[in-house]
Each structure stands twice: as structure tokens, then as C-alpha cells.
Ligand binder design. Sequence first.
Ligand code: ADP
Ligand code: MG
Length: 551
Amino acid sequence: MATGKINVSVENIFPLIKKFLYSDHEIFLRELISNATDATLKLKHLVSIGEAKVELGDPIIEVKIDKKGKKIHIIDQGIGMTEEEVKKYINEVAFSGAEEFLDKYKDAGKDAGIIGHFGLGFYSAFMVANKVEIITKSYKDEPAVHWTCDGSPEFTIKKAKKEDRGTEIILHIADDSTEFLEDARIRELLLKYNKFMPVPIKFGTRTETLPKPEGAKEDDPAPTKEVDNIINNPNPAWTKKPTELKDEDYKNFYRELYAMQFEEPLFHIHLNVDYPFNLTGILYFPKLTTDINIQKDRIQLYQNQVFVTDNVEGIVPEFLTMLRGVIDSPDIPLNVSRSYLQADGAVKKISSYITKKVADKLNSLFKNNREDFEKKWNDIKVVIEYGMLSEEKFFEKAEKFALYPTVDGEYLTFEELEKKIKDDQTDKDGKMVILYASDKEEQHSYIEAAKAKGYEVLLMDSPIVSHFMQKLETTKEKISFARVDADHIDNLIKKEDSAISKLSDEEKDRLKEELEKVVGEKSNYTIQLEAMDSTAQPFIITEPEFMRRMK
Ligand code: ADP
Ligand code: MG
């Protein structure tokens, strides 16, 4: 048995950890399970490269509550630690073993998906415990070690009688943290932070009903069996390749993410990139028309399958925070302020990648099944219009698929709309006037009047429509929006209204000839028919400026 002192002026660090390291005490469990996961993945990795010659089996992590003893046990079957390693990794606070491991196994380590890199994760245990024990046996053939520390810089270390490989962490829960001795509280935390962690996590057992044996009578009870209650799904959909997943799998994962969500998502976008940054994830467009809980069911951010936050502000462009789903990236710096995040180069790239993927998906939905896209338009238009308002890059892409519904239920792209009305709905300044109604019932008579004159009327009723129209008016040349009940209609000019447009080409030529005769030998005059697009004049005769000066 040995005693010692933990390095790095820990006297100062412990109270700091307890108070300030993490404002949220509950994350101790996330940190310890992350370590257990790291330890398991490290072993898997060492076995796979032939460096650890042990039987891997199907390692799991177990969380146990000992209510009477006021203890929580976290047990893994990972690489474990030798005495030397305990001294090195545990006693040297703020010395992150994960970083050293990554250094050593560099790129291979990256693929192993190691979680820890803060170097203080283990000590977060002291936020809720007044004494912590580690009983650990390395995969290397060395005796097991028992380390104990009561929160002061003093610790004891001795040999232990542990037969199987791995680490058990025992937390002696402090009196102010007994909430963590409640099953329900721990279950809640496991589901919040560890629901998709890559190693199965056992918390208690559950009764499984087995199929009845052959020949059983109808009212014989079905046999049951106690099985491990595995709390997490170690292989969530976003970690798989898009080609491995069917539409149904995406829908199931949506329900897995948002348990109380009965409404189906409209569609999904699978994110998958590994250069120049690492990012996977699945985003869903929810039906925004039904009353949704934007606050609660938000996009979740993970790092290597560990839940980090559901506040993705600064990482995802604001207009996409209305979406749902998961983003997983080890490249997003954590523990930094939001304003720092927004300025970070990698995060900026991630944000614009996501924007581009969303735009591309919308474009392909539009192209491949326009009818279906039109059906969904009402549910997605707010996101798209908001995106067009706030992100220039998105505006450019969305121009191709943004739709403008008419009061008659036709959905036109801007280009189609323009083609349709350009010649018929112009004001005296030559601007194309887009008539719109915001309420079909209320403005019914105006709509009918406009339609009677042969005008097209759009139905623009999204909550941000006025900003959106303003944006279009300033971005596009020569267009203006006019509400159908304003008196603009009377000022519109139609091509058909002019006498000239009714003439045949032959008649037009003759008219031109006659006019030329009138204008006479002054061949420098230009005669332009059908100039009334902008002027309401049947024709224009222009006199070049230099002629006028000569006069
Ligand atoms: P980090 O995880 O960022 O490296 P921690 O303070 O969480 O920092 O852990 C410190 C080190 O202690 C780890 O890097 C690892 O080497 C070791 N360690 C902690 N928990 C375990 C465990 N369950 N099994 C094996 N090693 C562990
Ligand atoms: Mg850690």
C-alpha cells in the first residue's frame, strides 16, 4: 500500500472543479461513461491492430446504483490501467491520457473515435462524490490496482483482487447529491447523454417475454427471462452509410430521437463528410404547421456519439435551427463562447456545408418529384423564405426551387411566374407588378376583380412574407409587389390593350412604312412600335440627340 500526493497544485484545483468546472453537476456521469467508452474502444482498436492479444468478447458498460451504500458503480471491460498508468493518468490532473493515446496512434486513433480530450473529465466525479475508488486491471498481464481518494490531494493506492480486465469506478455520493442515487434520475441522464454512445450500456435488468414453447396451451403464461437492460443504441442511423438505410429507417430514427413526436418528418438530409472537417448527421424537416415545440425538440449536437448540447446556435445557420435531427462532429470546439464559435473557421465551413446540403436536397426533391414538393411547400416555405432572406448563398440556390403559389393553387417558380405575367402586368415605370393576396377569403372580391381582368394573383401568406417581398424587390430588377386590394390594378398596362399588338405582322410593316413617309427623309429617326410596355404610347419616334443639337 502506498500513499501519495496528486500533482499539479491540486489543492487549488479541487474546489475549482467542484464549483466552476462544469456548472452542470450532472455531467459527471457523461464524463465517466465517456472514459469507460474510450477504454473499450481503445481495447477494440489494440485488438484490431494485433497489439493486444486478448479475447475481446462483447464488452459492455454497466451502471449500478447501491442505494443503501450510497454508491454508484460504473464498470467497463476496456483496457484497464496498470499501477503505473493510474499514477500517470489519474494522479496527474489535467494530463489527458486521451491526447497521448491519440498522439501515439495518430490517424488510427482518429478512426477509433476517442472521446476525451479535456483532461479533467475524471475529476468531475468529485462534483457529486466525497470519495472515489478505482479498481482496475489492465489488459496487460499485471496485477489489479485499487486507488482511493477522498477529494483531498491525498490518495492511496494498493493491489486489488480483480480477476477480469477493465475498470470499476465507485462514487461515494455526497449528501448534497443524493438525487443521483435515484434510478429515475440516472436513467434520465443516461438517456440524455448516452443514448447513442458506441458501447452498450447496461442499467439494471428487464423482463423479456419469450415465445411460447410448441404444444403450449392457450392460457399457459408465456415464459419470461431476465435480460440486461441496455439503455442505448450503439449504432444510430447517422453513423451508417446512406446506402444502408431505407426511408423507413430514417423515420424510425426520428421517433427514436424525439420520443413524443407522432408527426412524421417531411424529409431527411443525411450529412456525411470527412474532409476538410469531420461531420455526420441527419437533419429532418418537421411539419411546421402543426404546433411543434421548437424549444424542446431541437437539433442535437454530438461528439463521437456523446450528446453535447441541443443549442446549435452559431453552428447551424439560424434559419436551419427550425429543423430537427443530429449533427455529430469532433471538429466543433466546445467549452467556448458562442461568439467565438461564430468566428471559428472550421465552424463557418461546417455551417456553409450544411446550408449547401440542405439547398441541394431541396433542389433534388423539387426536380425529382415536383408534385410532392408542391404538396410540402406550405410546411417548408417559412424555412426557405427565411433562409433566402438571411443567407445570400442560400438565396442563389433557392431561386431554382422556391415556389410562388397562385390563388388558384398553381405553384410557380419565379422564372415561370415572370414568363407568365411579364407582358401583362407592368406599371408605368416598366416594373413587373406581382399581385398578391394574403387572405383568400377576406380579399375574395378583389381577387375576382383582378382575375376578371386576366391578372395572375399570388397567395402570399407566410408570417415573414413582407420582409421576403422586400428582399425580392431589392434583389431583382424591375419588379414590385402590390396587394390585390390596393388600387394598383387600374394602373397596370397590358400588351393586349394596345391597338398595335392586335395588328398582324404585315399590318405592322405597313404602319411602319406610313410613319416613315411622315417622318420623311430624316432617316436618322428611329421608329419603334409596341413601346407601350413602359410608356402606354402606341409607338415612339426617337430623334437622335446629335440631330437635335444640329438644329
Ligand atoms: P480524458 O478522458 O480527457 O483523457 P479524464 O480525466 O477523463 O481525461 O481521464 C484521464 C485518463 O484516465 C484517461 O485519459 C485514461 O487514460 C484514464 N482513464 C480514466 N477512466 C478510465 C477507464 N475507465 N479505463 C481506463 N482508463 C481510464
Ligand atoms: Mg474523459
